[in-house]
Ligand binder design. Structure first.
Ligand SMILES: NC(=O)c1ccc[n+]([C@@H]2O[C@H](COP(=O)([O-])OP(=O)(O)OC[C@H]3O[C@@H](n4cnc5c(N)ncnc54)[C@H](OP(=O)(O)O)[C@@H]3O)[C@@H](O)[C@H]2O)c1
Length: 280
């Protein structure tokens, strides 16, 4: 057992969006390091099966909580059903967008639900779970964001805007809580091989191409939890700035838009723009 992990961030961690992909990899890595884990997702069968797998493999306690994070009240309910345990680490992972389309081609409610899951619920989780960590003087929070956060791009309007919100929120909380014993990491991902990513590429009949391994992502993020505010997975300079550097914003937006329309299949393809050093 990794006693450093349990004493800094134990005894329980939560993974919001923790039944497959990057979230499942986080849960495995946290359990392997001795944390008990609360998993949150919508599909009951997938969630329960994964919870059982974690218990069997790592011998830790696992709670499976079925919630839709795009619905109002979900994070309050999560706080209520975990009020009897101490949460020392919160990973807010759920956040992908399966449909990268022009802004007006999506109905308004779909945009608003994405914003609720990727912004309102992230903020509420930081408030409800970060508050007790700050009061204890101990804890950690990982907010998973995307290369789509760096700059606006066609077909990425709402997704990129929510991911920019997540990036800035994580950085600001890092600045406030770094002297209070709580580590915050804004984790920037490029294309990563998850069921969500594969569903999108399969639907378009496009090859997956190079994609990061979720296990590598989770391991590296937990190893660098205290190296915030920002960790850019796959970058030669993971603590460095935007890959667009000093490029005029107009040029950066056009570059991001070219990247997103070259592969219309997945929002996060657009994280690769000329001059980036990310994996996608
Ligand atoms: N994969 C990539 O290429 C890529 C690239 C850049 C950034 N990212 C970021 O990495 C994170 C993880 O991405 P991912 O590809 O693993 O897919 P994801 O769809 O963001 O996450 C999948 C997990 O989240 C759960 N989930 C999704 N929506 C939920 C909701 N409304 N309420 C509760 N749980 C929900 C899923 O279970 P249920 O479906 O059962 O709810 C599953 O456990 C996201 O924040 C994404 O923006 C991913």
């Amino acid at each position: 057992m990794d006693t450093a992990m349990t004493s800094a961030y134990g005894p329980w961690g939560i993974v919001a969006g923790g039944s497959d992909g990057v979230g499942a990899a986080f849960a495995h890595e946290m359990a392997a390091r001795g944390l008990n884990v609360v998993l949150v997702a919508r599909r009951v069968a997938v969630l329960e099966a994964f919870a059982e797998e974690l218990r069997a493999k790592h011998g830790v306690e696992v709670r499976a909580v079925t919630l839709d994070l795009s619905a109002p009240g979900a994070v309050a309910e999560l706080a209520s059903v975990t009020s009897d345990i101490e949460i020392g680490l919160f990973v807010y992972n759920a956040g992908g967008d399966d449909f990268s389309t022009p802004f007006l081609d999506k109905d308004l409610d779909t945009h608003l639900r994405l914003i609720h899951r990727n912004c309102d619920s992230v903020l509420e989780a930081a408030y409800r779970f970060g508050g007790p960590m700050v009061a204890r003087g101990r804890g950690g929070m990982v907010i998973v964001t995307s290369g789509a956060a760096w700059v606006g791009g066609a077909t990425l309007a709402t997704y990129g805007a929510t991911k920019a919100f997540d990036l800035v929120l994580a950085e600001a909380l890092w600045a406030e809580w770094r002297s209070r014993g709580v580590d915050v990491l804004g984790l920037v991902l490029g294309k990563t091989d998850t069921p969500s990513m594969r569903r999108v590429f399969d639907a378009k009949g496009e090859p997956y191409g190079d994609a990061a391994d979720p296990d590598d992502v989770a391991r590296e993020a937990l190893d660098h939890l205290a190296d915030g505010p920002t960790w850019i997975f796959g970058s030669a300079e993971p603590t460095g700035g935007s890959p667009f550097g000093a490029m005029p914003r107009r040029d950066a937006v056009l570059a991001m838009s070219r990247a997103s329309s070259a592969s219309t299949s997945h929002a996060d393809d657009a994280a690769t723009a000329p001059g980036t050093d990310q994996s996608d």
